[in-house]
Design a protein around this ligand. Structure first.
Ligand code: PLP
Ligand code: COI
Length: 363
């Protein structure tokens, strides 16, 4: 017997960190490494519905070894950010879109949908309690991670009758190390992310589990992120492991792969499409072949490409590699339109530019 394991007890109520500790943690937060000192918990059971909503000190939770999520992976999550406004207030960006997507993910995974109003109030409550954890400075924010899993103790293969919804928060800086000016992609040859009729449009943990071997291959090849191709023909660009992708052409038009159930309907993607249309830019949501990406990059018809998502914001793609090919986009650095869209979006999110679509919710 290893008594050190058997004797271990969870600390139920960790002491909140002192203001001094917080300052030093916030100075260089990285991504997903440090956490605030509260969390939201809401329970669901088939007989009681949603109940016991609370904001409590952050700490470990105990689950039974037969907890359904550990076996059949009924789990979904969201990602959104709270920003510090110039007057020191706090704001969320399009949180209703995350609430809607969370409900849609739940429906796809046969989970009890959390009412969108409950999702929104849970986010607002946590940010109010932990607002001192929103870091200051360009590129910094408080990353919010709502998630939900099947918490029933049962090994039968069926939709669970109990769920736990939680929200944790993590002060975040740049997603890519050193705030990389541009990233290099690795094209996955063996692995696809999602097929038609699958779970590609749901934000479920299983999609990320399935992407990790491809992402690990990308890292082994010296690249930053994997780019997936479609599962049917292995030809069309879909998305990255955790971001959507855009292409910018020499005629000033932009293109992004269409939503069709196999990619995540990104809120950043939708916001950038809207900003681009507002600016009179010609926008296409249309399939794009990897072969054309290379041909267009080499001929100069393609000028820029970028990845986008809540964690990565807007990140230029400088180079794309795969088995037997390697090409650079533009001069390999950030492009002009990419930078323009990035700064326009982040200015709205941070309350330093007008918000014509009412996307920013002040708390
Ligand atoms: N695609 C995948 C696979 C993602 O994980 C994310 C991040 O959430 C996105 C796209 C971008 O979505 P959003 O802009 O809503 O963060
Ligand atoms: C996000 O941008 O919120 C993501 O989910 C990407 C990754 C951190 C999973």
């Amino acid at each position: 017997h290893d008594t050190t394991i058997l004797d271990y007890e969870f600390e139920a109520h960790p002491q909140p960190v002192t203001a001094g500790d917080r300052e030093s943690l916030l100075a260089n937060p990285g991504f997903g490494k440090i956490f605030t000192d509260h969390m939201v918990v809401i329970r669901y059971s088939a007989d009681r519905g949603w109940h016991d909503a609370r904001v409590q000190p952050r700490g470990p939770i105990q689950i039974d070894p037969a907890c359904a999520v550990l076996h059949y992976a009924q789990e979904i999550f969201e990602g959104l950010k709270a920003y510090r406004l110039p007057d020191n207030g706090a704001a969320l960006f399009r949180p209703a879109e995350n609430a809607r997507r969370f409900r849609e993910s739940a429906e796809r995974m046969a989970m009890a949908p959390l009412p969108e109003t409950m999702f929104l109030s849970s986010i607002r409550e946590l940010v109010r309690v932990d607002r001192d954890w929103i870091p200051e400075g360009e590129g910094a924010s408080l990353y919010l991670r709502p998630f939900m899993f099947a918490s029933e103790t049962f090994l039968g293969v069926k939709p669970a009758s109990e769920y736990l919804y939680m929200v944790i928060a993590s002060p975040a800086g740049a997603y890519f190390k050193g705030g990389a000016p541009s990233v290099t992609l690795w094209t996955s040859e063996h692995y696809t992310r999602a097929a038609r009729g699958g779970t590609g449009a749901a934000k479920c943990g299983g999609n990320y589990a399935a992407s990790l071997v491809a992402q690990a291959e990308a890292i082994r090849e010296g690249c930053d992120q994997v780019v997936f191709l479609d599962a049917v023909e292995n030809r069309f660009v879909e998305e990255l492991g955790g971001m959507n992708v855009f292409f910018v052409f020499e005629d000033g038009s932009i293109q992004t792969p269409p939503l069709g159930g196999t990619i995540l309907p990104g809120i950043t993607r939708d916001s950038l499409l809207t900003l681009a249309r507002d600016a009179g830019i010609v926008v296409r949501e249309a399939p794009y072949r990897m072969q054309d990406w290379q041909k267009d990059a080499e001929s100069g018809r393609l000028r820029e490409a970028f990845a986008c998502g809540t964690a990565a914001v807007v990140t230029p793609i400088g180079r794309v590699r795969g088995r037997g090919f390697d090409f650079t986009i533009g001069n390999g650095g950030p492009g002009l339109l990419t930078e323009q869209l990035r700064s326009q979006l982040t200015a709205i999110q941070r309350g330093t530019a007008a918000d014509p679509h009412g996307w920013v919710e002040r708390l």
